[in-house]
Design a protein. Structure first.
Length: 330
């Protein structure tokens, strides 16, 4: 690096700090320090705080980053951004609780980050669509607003949670935040994706002034602990093995009108072979059972070997939060 002259001891210390950040970048899949963005850098410092690093160490490392920014070209982090990060890090160092807020809504992100930050929480926010799953292990909690529209899926944020390594979700509690009524199918989808809590937005609003203490002491009411996939599958009458995500992946490959329009099966824009494929995926991958044989014991036709198409369609629609089907009939 070429820049303001430094004493040899200071230069060695800064280079040691920068090598530590570079090593962390490699661990989480960032090419090098020049490519690190603000959220990733903040997550790095949250990880240091959670490991008990002293304030003096944090200050020196922040100074090393500043030195790097001032002496390197084409870096993502600006000096102004670093000042913002430094202020948040040093303010939240005594709290030792790191909370990442993830939402499609910028107002939610800004509001909750400000409230938790003022309460001494190491808090950052990310848009659900720009979230870096590799850095989630730095946090104590990740609050995810599940309402995030992706195509016809009203709960697109669940797919982002599903993309997180299960080893990370096992260590870092993901709190799914929702508004309005949410079906048991959506809860199962969340549980299978790795979420641990299922909290209504109203509870957060009612406890906003006390939220930092509750999170620091893991005081989330028991009623908001998300049930296990096994328990939710039992409630829904599904097989204990399976993953709704695989059915939804297959459902996403057919025309949207299959799920949004109220048409008889023969008028849907989908081939019979595709319907059979979805029914097979529902049975073999999602654990949706075939109808009970007793219903067909006195009938002329044989009992089906696959789940009913109406059942497949209902579960997909519920999982995606699709409201009343649209009708093109006069």
């Amino acid at each position: 690096m070429a820049g303001a002259p430094l004493a040899a001891a200071s230069q060695r210390a800064y280079l040691s700090d920068i090598r530590d950040i570079e090593s962390w970048c490699q661990t989480v899949g960032i090419k090098n320090m020049a490519h690190i963005d603000a959220g990733q850098l903040f997550a790095y410092f949250v990880g240091l705080v959670r490991r008990g690093r002293a304030s003096a160490t944090l200050r020196r490392r922040l100074t090393a980053v500043r030195w790097y920014i001032e002496n390197e070209r084409d870096v993502k982090i600006t000096s102004a951004t670093l000042r913002h990060i430094e202020k948040r890090v040093l303010k939240g160092v005594l709290g030792h609780t790191g909370v990442l807020v993830v939402s499609e809504d910028s107002i939610i992100r800004a509001g909750l980050t400000a409230v938790l930050g003022d309460a001494g929480v190491l808090c950052w926010s990310e848009n659900v669509w720009t979230l870096d799953p590799a850095t989630l292990e730095c946090w104590d909690y990740v609050l995810v607003w599940i309402r995030a529209t992706k195509g016809v899926d009203a709960y697109g944020a669940i797919e982002v949670v599903r993309g997180v390594d299960p080893e990370i979700t096992a260590r870092v509690p993901i709190i799914a935040v929702y508004s309005g009524p949410v079906s048991t199918v959506v809860q199962l989808r969340l549980s299978e994706a790795g979420a641990r809590y299922f909290v209504p937005h109203t509870w957060l609003s009612d406890n906003i002034t006390d939220l930092s203490r509750r999170l620091a002491s893991a005081d989330v009411p028991l009623r908001y602990h998300l049930e296990t996939p096994f328990a939710l599958r039992q409630h829904l009458g599904l097989s204990l093995g399976g993953d709704l995500g695989e059915l939804l992946d297959a459902a996403d490959l057919v025309p949207v009108a299959v799920w949004t329009h109220d048409l008889p099966q023969e008028k849907l824009p989908i081939a019979r072979s595709d319907i059979l494929h979805l029914r097979r995926v529902g049975l073999e991958k999602a654990g949706i059972p075939v109808p009970e044989e007793g219903r067909y014991s006195t009938a002329f036709r044989l009992a089906p070997l696959l789940p009913n198409w109406t059942t497949i369609r209902r579960i997909v629609r519920e999982a995606w939060g699709i409201g009343p089907a649209r009708s093109d009939n006069p």
